[in-house]
Design a protein around this ligand. Structure first.
Ligand code: NAD
Ligand code: LMR
Length: 499
C-alpha cells in the first residue's frame, strides 16, 4: 500500500512523513510520495526531504519518491497537510475561518485531480484546517466514505490524556471520544468515557469528580474566559500560563493547552502527525477500528431526532475502504446541544468558505456539503453521481454497480530493473487496486544487463489503466512503462490514417 503526503515539506507534513517511516508503518516495498508545489520552495525541498529521509532510515525506509502536481498523486492513502496555516505566535488568532477561503482552493485542486486520475479507492485523511472544509470538498469529489478529517482524533487523544493525567494512569487505559468541530467547537463526549479497570459505578464517580459539577452548557464561555486569562498571564510568563492550565478541568484543558502552544510560538505538529499516522496505520492495517473523525454525514446520526447532513466530528469505524459506521448512542442533553452548536458552526464555516465545495444539501441546519454516500457505506465515487465516462470496475464500488460489459483489455510493457523486489512491487501496484493479471510474461534480460521487459495483461477501465501506468512508472525498480490497448481490442484506425 502506498501513501502520499500533500504539503510534505510543511511542519506537519514533514513530521507525518518522518513518523510514517520511523514507526515503520510502511513496508520497504511500499511507496511514500512526498508532494510539493511546482516552482515553489516546497517543489525544491521535497527532493531534499527525500534525500534526508533516506539518509536517516535507509535500512527500513519504503520507496520514497516526489511529485509536484496534483495530477501526479498516486497512492492508496492520501494525507492532506498542504495549505495555509494560522501563525504560531503570541496574540495570533487560531480562528480557522480565515484559512477557509484560501485552503478551499487547495482542497479543490487536489480533490479534482484525485477524482479524475486516481484509482477510485484512495482513502483521504484531511489534516489541513479548516478540517471540515477539507472534508466537505474532498467528500463531494470522492464520496463521503473515503474521506476522514483527522482533527477529532487529535482532540480525542488530548481528551484521553487529560483524563489519564488526572487519574494518574497512562492514556491507553482511557477510552472516550471528542466530536464536533475541530478546535474551539470541539465537543468532549463525557458519556463515552470508559476507564479500564473501573466498573460502571466507579467510572461514573470518577467522571463526576473530573467534571467538577459542570455541564457542557457553559463550555464556550469557559473557553473564552480561559483564553483571556491566558493572554494576560502569558504576557509575562508562559510557564505560568501552562501551570494555570494544569489547574483547570480536563475538558477545558483539551482546548486551552494546544491554543497556548500556538501562543507560545511553538506549533502542534508532532502530536498532529502522531494522530495522523495512527489513522494511516488503521487504514493500512486492513481491520476496522473505532476512532473519531470529521466526516460528511448523510443522516447516519440524529441529534434531538434530527438527522444530520453535513460535516461533523463523530466516533466512527474506520477500515481499509474508509469509514463504514458512526458509533454514537443516545447522548445526554448537554452533549446533544453542543454537537448541534458545532454542526451549526461548521455550516457557517462552510458558507464563509463559499465555492462549489461548500454548496449542496444543508440538512439539519449544518449547511454546506452534500454527503454523497448512503448509509450502506459503499464508498460512493464520482461515478455514482452519474458523471459520464468515468466507469470503473467492481473494486471501486465494493461490488455494487458492476459494469455489464467487460472492461477493455490492456497490455503494460514494463522495463524493470533486474533485482529483487521488481515483480513484488509490480504485483503490489495491481493487487492493492483490485486488478488481477490476466497474463504476466518476462523477457530475457538484455542490453546493459540491468533491466528486462515484463509484459502484463489485465482488464480495467481506461481511467484505471492510466492510473496503474502512473503508479507502476513511479516504482523505484521500474525504468519505464507503456500501457496500450490489447491488440484485439484496439479500434481500427480511421480510414485516412489507414491509407
Ligand atoms: N487537523 C489538525 O489537527 C491540525 C493540526 C495542526 C495543523 N493543522 C493544519 O495543517 C496544515 C499545515 O500546517 P503546517 O503547520 O504544516 O503549515 P506550514 O506552513 O508549515 O506548511 C504548509 C505546507 O503546505 C504547502 N502549501 C501551502 N500552500 C499550498 C498550496 N496552495 N498548494 C499546495 N501546497 C501548499 C506548503 O508548501 C507547505 O508544504 C494547516 O492548515 C494547519 O492549520 C491541522
Ligand atoms: O494548526 C492549528 O490550527 C492547530 C491545530 O489544528 C491543533 O489542533 O493543534
Amino acid at each position: 500500500m502506498d501513501v502520499a503526503v500533500l504539503g510534505a515539506t510543511g511542519d506537519v507534513g514533514r513530521q507525518v512523513v518522518t513518523q510514517l517511516v520511523e514507526r515503520r508503518v510502511l513496508p520497504t516495498t511500499s511507496r511514500l510520495q512526498l508532494v510539493g508545489r511546482p516552482g515553489g520552495a516546497s517543489g525544491r525541498a521535497v527532493h531534499g526531504l527525500r534525500a534526508d529521509l533516506v539518509d536517516a532510515y535507509d535500512e527500513h525506509a519504503p520507496l520514497i519518491d516526489v511529485a509536484h502536481s496534483p495530477d501526479d498523486v498516486v497512492a492508496d492513502v492520501v494525507v492532506v497537510a498542504a495549505g495555509a496555516t494560522t501563525p504560531a505566535r503570541s496574540g495570533a488568532s487560531l480562528d480557522r475561518t480565515g484559512l477557509a477561503v484560501a485552503n478551499r482552493e487547495v482542497f479543490a485542486e487536489y480533490a479534482d485531480a484525485i477524482a479524475r486520475y486516481g484509482s477510485g479507492h484512495e482513502v483521504v485523511i484531511v489534516v489541513s484546517n479548516p478540517v471540515e472544509v477539507g472534508v466537505a470538498v474532498m467528500a463531494r469529489a470522492l464520496g463521503a466514505r473515503r474521506v476522514v478529517g483527522m482533527g477529532a482524533w487529535l482532540d480525542t487523544l488530548r481528551f484521553r490524556r487529560e483524563i489519564a493525567v488526572e487519574l494518574g494512569v497512562r492514556r491507553h487505559r482511557v477510552g472516550g471520544f471528542v466530536g464536533g468541530q475541530h478546535g474551539e467547537d470541539a465537543v468532549p463526549l463525557w458519556s463515552t468515557v470508559r476507564l479500564s479497570g473501573h466498573d460502571v459505578a466507579e467510572r461514573d464517580r470518577a467522571v463526576r469528580l473530573l467534571r467538577r459539577g459542570r455541564t457542557l452548557d457553559a463550555f464556550p464561555d469557559e473557553i473564552a474566559a480561559a483564553k483571556a486569562e491566558l493572554v494576560e498571564v502569558a504576557a509575562t510568563d508562559v510557564g505560568a500560563a501552562y501551570r494555570l492550565i494544569d489547574t483547570w478541568p480536563a475538558d477545558l484543558r483539551v482546548v486551552a493547552r494546544p491554543w497556548m502552544t500556538h501562543q507560545s510560538g511553538a506549533k502542534t505538529a508532532t502530536a498532529t502527525a502522531s494522530a495522523t499516522v495512527d489513522l494511516v496505520e488503521v487504514v493500512l492495517d486492513g481491520r476496522e477500528i473505532v476512532v473519531a473523525g470529521q466526516v460528511a454525514l448523510d443522516g447516519e446520526v440524529a441529534l434531538a431526532g434530527e438527522p444530520q447532513r453535513g460535516v461533523l466530528g463523530v466516533p466512527l469505524v474506520l477500515g481499509p475502504e474508509g469509514w463504514t459506521r458512526v458509533l454514537l448512542d443516545a447522548l445526554p442533553d448537554d452533549e446533544t446541544h453542543r454537537l448541534r452548536g458545532a454542526a451549526a458552526a461548521v455550516g457557517s464555516a462552510l458558507r464563509a468558505a463559499g465555492g462549489p465545495g461548500a454548496r449542496g444539501g444543508a440538512g439539519a441546519g449544518t449547511g454546506g456539503v452534500a454527503a454523497t454516500a448512503g448509509a450502506g457505506g459503499t464508498g460512493a465515487g464520482p461515478d455514482r453521481r452519474g458523471q459520464p465516462g468515468t466507469g470503473d470496475g467492481p473494486g471501486r464500488d465494493g461490488g455494487v454497480g458492476r459494469p455489464e460489459t467487460p472492461e477493455p483489455s490492456w497490455v503494460a510493457q514494463v522495463e524493470g530493473l533486474h533485482r529483487a523486489g521488481t515483480l513484488t512491487g509490480l504485483t503490489g501496484v495491481f493487487s492493492t487496486r483490485g486488478v488481477s493479471f490476466e497474463r504476466l510474461a518476462t523477457e530475457e534480460v538484455e542490453g546493459d544487463g540491468d533491466a528486462g521487459t515484463i509484459h502484463v495483461s489485465f482488464r480495467a477501465s481506461e481511467r484505471r489503466a492510466r492510473a496503474l501506468e502512473r503508479a507502476v512508472g513511479r516504482l523505484a525498480t521500474v525504468r519505464s512503462v507503456v500501457v496500450h490497448g490489447a491488440p484485439h481490442e484496439t479500434p481500427a484506425p480511421p480510414p485516412d490514417r489507414a491509407r
